[in-house]
Ligand binder design. Sequence first.
Ligand SMILES: NC(=O)c1ccc[n+]([C@@H]2O[C@H](COP(=O)([O-])OP(=O)(O)OC[C@H]3O[C@@H](n4cnc5c(N)ncnc54)[C@H](OP(=O)(O)O)[C@@H]3O)[C@@H](O)[C@H]2O)c1
Length: 244
Amino acid sequence: MAEASEPARPHALIIGASSGIGAALATRLANTYHLSLIARRTDRLEAMAGPHCTAYACDVTDAERLSETIKTAVAANGKVDRMVYCAGQQLIKPIRAARPAELADVVNVNLMGALITASAFASPRTTHSEAVYCAISSIAAQRPEPGILAYSAAKAGLDALVRGLARESAPRRVVAIAPGWLDTEMTQSQPHVYNQEFRERLAASTPRGIATVDEVVELAMYLMSDAARSITGQIFTIDGGASL
Ligand SMILES: NC(=O)c1ccc[n+]([C@@H]2O[C@H](COP(=O)([O-])OP(=O)(O)OC[C@H]3O[C@@H](n4cnc5c(N)ncnc54)[C@H](OP(=O)(O)O)[C@@H]3O)[C@@H](O)[C@H]2O)c1
């Protein structure tokens, strides 16, 4: 007797899946979803690729390419059930010293790319009506610290997008997570700022200590699950109480 074929998996598309939160989320979803993973570092994505995981090389600052890549992923793997926008880039510099190209880059990665994906998400050609969009914002959106204004402004725009998209794309759900400082490649790439002294000071002044990537993934899993079916248009802070 022929073996019963495996039921079709739901489709999760993660933008910014090559490291940090995106990669951890991909690992978590890998057993139940067909994954479409987008980022620039193809070597990282290829390492995760397999029969239920497709890697797409794309720089999210190339708006046309990003839009085309999503269409390609839908044609190959079906309509999207979960779309997660994790792509992010920080610029730590006083605003007076920031070059226009640097400012544009930060806005393009953190906000413009999210707008392109939101446009695709809202289309019935791309998503099922029960689809969920989850964006990774930051507490910087609500607390624009000196030195990270472009990043903060872009994340605040992302928060506005999440609230508006929840209404415009309903009954699809749209949520965001706003982490505080996390130990990922984004922060590890700024050792002159985020050194041991910074970490110790932050840990000591944060009521519940520094949050972890795993905790962010847990929250994302809940928000994207049916248990959260009545939650939409909300942004959830996870920072150990750092922003209180
Ligand atoms: N770490 C923190 O303290 C912290 C705090 C609050 C919020 N966040 C947010 O969390 C999200 C994930 O960041 P992370 O902390 O996990 O850092 P990460 O490990 O550096 O991950 C960033 C991801 O964004 C992708 N990305 C960046 N620029 C891109 C571009 N031009 N085109 C395509 N993909 C691009 C990277 O992939 P490639 O480089 O391979 O393209 C990578 O997969 C970001 O939105 C970040 O703003 C982080």
